[in-house]
Design a protein around this ligand. Structure first.
Ligand SMILES: Cc1cc2nc3c(=O)[nH]c(=O)nc-3n(C[C@H](O)[C@H](O)[C@H](O)COP(=O)(O)OP(=O)(O)OC[C@H]3O[C@@H](n4cnc5c(N)ncnc54)[C@H](O)[C@@H]3O)c2cc1C
Length: 136
């Protein structure tokens, strides 16, 4: 949360909802289990009202400066989309037909197009397939 004024936010929570548990408040910005781990790591428990501002400031600083470095991926088992494929410059963009090999149509994952997660890859596969099908 590099751009969030976390200390101000925590202090506002303390003032507005002093009887809430620190873990409950933290779980509004991170998942519940992570909130519990963070609070435990800082030795914080109990109601917001009972936590000194100093402790909240230390917590806020850690949250703002927290960096995560991925140590690896789960490999192909859970991979959802591939990078790479046939260069789009090699294809007619309306028909998906290979410029160098008329009658050869290339669509979906086989093309060097990568979509964000969220259905864009299906959309691309179906739309490019439909476009090629119209001409083929
Ligand atoms: C686990 C997972 C989850 C995903 N979730 C999403 C999602 O939620 N939303 C989204 O948009 N996209 C998702 N994707 C990506 C999406 O599935 C693909 O982008 C899309 O299916 C690509 O369609 P395609 O027709 O180009 O290729 P494919 O669906 O891979 O189809 C290629 C077909 O060709 C067949 N084939 C291969 N070689 C030969 C051969 N020599 N002869 C005959 N047939 C052959 C294969 O068996 C396969 O059926 C997900 C992918 C994975 C792996």
């Amino acid at each position: 949360m590099p751009d969030v004024a976390t200390f101000d936010w925590l202090k506002a929570q303390k003032q507005a909802e002093g009887r809430r548990q620190i873990t409950t408040v933290l779980s509004r910005i991170v998942p519940q289990r992570l909130a519990e781990r963070i609070a435990a790591r800082h030795g914080l428990s109990g109601n917001m009202a009972d936590l000194p501002d100093k402790a909240l400031a230390r917590l806020a600083e850690q949250l703002n400066q927290w960096t995560v470095t991925p140590v690896g991926s789960e490999g192909y088992r859970t991979a959802e989309v591939m990078l790479g494929g046939v260069d789009t410059a090699e294809l007619d963009q309306a028909a998906m037909e290979a410029r160098r090999v008329p009658g050869l149509f290339i669509i979906g994952e086989a093309v060097d197009i990568t979509g964000w997660l969220g259905g864009y890859n299906f959309q691309w596969a179906w739309s490019s397939g439909w476009a090629a099908g119209q001409v083929a």
